[in-house]
Ligand binder design. Structure first.
Ligand SMILES: O=C(O)[C@@H](CO)OP(=O)(O)O
Length: 250
């Protein structure tokens, strides 16, 4: 027997469209992103891959993607659980900055270190600055030592895993088909964990917006039966992942 897990990165956000570093900023879906979310839901319905429960971050691009996709698959009624632990990576002082300008200003090596290195975080965000989460009521309950000011992927993995073990795995163990609607980097962290991707190899892995990625997990080991999972629309997903990799370079 296997457990079924579906990962869905939110559709394109208004800040993705503007090529801005986003992180914990609560950018809305763009009109194209809403369409991507609906298309994701149609793919789920066509594959008869109907979630029994959905987990999202606290950011509206993931929340709204889940709502649009589930509505399209006639599953709006399923239980929903949310956690800050599924949030996008906190991009520190880069939040709100243009990716192309940042690349031009700091050069490719520094830019890629900040975007994709496993263990080097970007510079921390200034407390109380325009794009900081200070004062945001959704994070009021967080202890200061877990409320980030910048994160590398390693930090994301460490804060995401407790939710994987305590929030998501129990739903899988109960035999539920689980949808996780989250973000490029929080899902990269989860994929790294599931597939055992090495610290160097994860640099080259990009997750496209709005494309459902299905994993069947072995019931004993909770490891994927097919490494890397399976995109429901693999051709479009591969093109879209290449476009994410190239961001900033246009
Ligand atoms: O800006 C961000 O928060 C992320 C996801 O959109 O970007 P990147 O792919 O550059 O990590």
């Amino acid at each position: 027997m296997t457990y079924t897990l579906v990962l869905l990165r939110h559709g394109e956000s208004e800040w993705n469209a503007k090529n801005l570093f986003t992180g914990w900023v609560d950018a809305k879906l763009s009109a194209a992103g809403e369409d991507e979310a609906r298309r994701g839901g149609r793919l789920l319905a066509e594959a008869d891959l109907l979630p029994d429960v959905v987990h999202t971050s606290l950011l509206r691009r993931a929340i709204n993607t889940a709502e649009l996709a589930l509505s399209e698959a006639a599953r709006s009624w399923i239980p929903v659980k949310r956690s800050w632990r599924l949030n996008e990576r906190h991009y520190g002082a880069l939040q709100g900055k243009d990716k192309a300008q940042t690349l031009a200003e700091f050069g490719e090596e520094q830019f890629m270190t900040w975007r994709r290195s496993y263990d080097t975080p970007p510079p921390p965000i200034e407390p109380g600055s325009e794009f900081s989460q200070d004062g945001d009521p959704r994070y009021r309950a967080l202890a200061p030592e877990v409320n980030p000011s910048a994160e590398c992927l390693k930090d994301v993995l460490e804060r995401m895993l407790p939710y994987w073990y305590d929030g998501i795995v129990p739903d899988l163990r109960a035999g539920r088909t689980v949808l996780v609607a989250a973000h490029g980097n929080s899902l990269r962290a989860l994929v790294k964990h599931l597939d055992g991707v090495g610290d160097d190899a994860i640099v080259g892995l990009n997750i496209p917006t709005g494309m459902p990625l299905r994993y069947e997990l072995d019931e004993r080991t909770l490891k994927p039966v097919v490494a890397g999972g399976e995109y429901l629309d693999p051709e479009t997903a591969a093109k879209a992942a290449a476009a994410v990799a190239a961001q900033g370079k246009k």
